[in-house]
Write a protein that binds this ligand. Structure first.
Ligand code: ATP
Ligand code: MG
Length: 381
């Protein structure tokens, strides 16, 4: 079978200390290359995680509850690769300035949410072109029918073609959009990941990755572990407009970087269920404010009481909104503070990307050597 990469805990911890020291004193010093943390004889037993996000805008509470929160928890246990998937933004090809800006936004959001770039690797997808190379090889073994049946891809393509929900097709789907799930499979298989923590909408893509790994391993050589999905505490967070999914393209988000005032305003104006007098009982499942309280209020007994009151004799939306505003601001305040600290030290943010991408590149080269060998592509040797 495959040999485990030799990234050591020792090496990573050493860099971790160094990074923390730097973040305290603001020294941006010399970069430690990814390769320098790899040593020959002390191998890590840690399993690998690959997960990612597209650089198309600031991250929101859906990203946090569905995915990011889990990443923060898992980062010390696993060897993590956090990917900024900038090959997969074909709908934004007309606005690459936005993508460029979002690479930094996403990195800042990750740091703000508590991801540690010394423990996990922040990888920019296009700076590791092996992602594109592996996509090409994997496309050999992935049948078109599996893409055609993929429910997430189908729904996203429809949203792209009929952006206003009408009957007339307004946009065409770029080929790159159609094959993004294949690229996502390559993202997962390139570091030979064991676990992929994602929101529920990504499950069909993980199934593709599992099937592709099986097919490749059977047809050529057993290189790839069959990755498992890990869905976060809140598989799909509703939008502030009551839509089934909080999503930046729908403009129904509360962003991790929103100020306390913006959060208060968004909560004040968010959809609060069908019209109802304050003293009139309502249905909890019809009011998205409760979905948010369930997702983010740590005082679960209080949420239970509120729900019970709401269904029995009614609770004003004003009271619910006030509670939600304070719950969210309590969650987001430490993130705002960490964000501000990093915003004041952008060289450190840059280093997180450069450093992580270096580590991503190292493992990518290792895997591609294995793939070339499995496919017997070394013609000139
Ligand atoms: P958006 O979905 O807002 O348009 P995106 O498509 O660019 O953003 P993805 O890269 O698809 O973002 O999502 C990143 C991760 O966040 C994925 O694991 C996805 O499942 C999760 N996620 C995104 N939105 C939600 C949500 N509303 N609830 C739960 N998880 C979510
Ligand atoms: Mg998405």
């Amino acid at each position: 079978m495959t040999s485990e990469p030799s990234v050591t805990r020792v090496g990573i911890n050493a860099i971790g200390r160094r990074h923390q020291e730097r973040s305290r004193d603001g020294d941006t010093g010399i970069l430690i290359e990814g390769a320098s943390v790899r040593t020959a004889n002390v191998t890590s037993e840690r399993k690998r995680i690959l997960t990612g996000i597209r650089p198309t805008g600031p991250l929101h509470l859906g990203h946090y509850a569905g995915a990011l929160e889990n990443w923060v928890k898992l980062q010390s246990e696993y060897d993590c690769y956090f990917l900024i998937a900038d090959y997969q933004v074909s709908e934004y090809a007309h606005d690459l300035a936005r993508v460029r800006n979002a690479v930094w936004e996403v990195t800042l959001d990750w740091l703000a949410a508590g991801l540690d770039p010394d423990s996990g690797s922040f990888v920019v997808e296009s700076l590791v072109p092996e992602h594109a190379e592996l996509t090409t090889w994997l496309a050999w073994v992935l049948p078109v029918g599996m893409l055609e049946r993929n429910p997430t891809l189908k729904a996203e393509m429809e949203a792209l073609e009929y952006p206003t929900g009408g009957k007339t097709k307004e946009k065409s789907v770029p080929v790159a959009f159609y094959i993004y799930p294949v690229m996502q499979v390559a993202n997962i298989l390139l570091p030979r990941a064991n676990l992929v923590p994602v929101g529920a909408d990504q499950l069909p893509h993980i199934e593709l990755a599992r099937e592709t790994a099986r097919r490749f391993n059977r047809a050529f050589k057993p290189i790839f572990p069959e990755p498992e999905a890990l869905v976060g505490r809140v598989p799909r967070l509703v939008g502030t407009d009551g839509n089934a999914k909080m999503s930046k393209s729908r403009g129904n988000t509360i962003d991790l970087k929103d100020s306390a005032e913006t959060v208060a305003k968004k909560v004040r104006t968010m959809y609060g269920g069908p019209p109802r007098r304050a003293t009139e009982p309502g249905k909890v499942e019809e009011n998205p404010i409760f979905a948010y309280l369930e997702a983010f209020d740590r005082d679960t007994a209080r949420v239970r009481d509120l729900k019970e009151h709401y269904e029995r004799k009614g609770v004003s939306n004003k009271e619910l909104r006030n509670r939600l505003t304070s719950v969210l601001n309590e969650l987001l305040e430490p993130m705002r503070q960490r964000r501000a600290k990093y915003e004041g030290n952008m060289p450190l943010v840059r280093e997180a990307l450069e450093h992580g991408t270096g580590r991503g590149r190292a493992i990518a080269k290792e895997t591609m050597a294995m793939v070339r060998d499995a496919l017997d592509l070394n013609y000139l040797r």
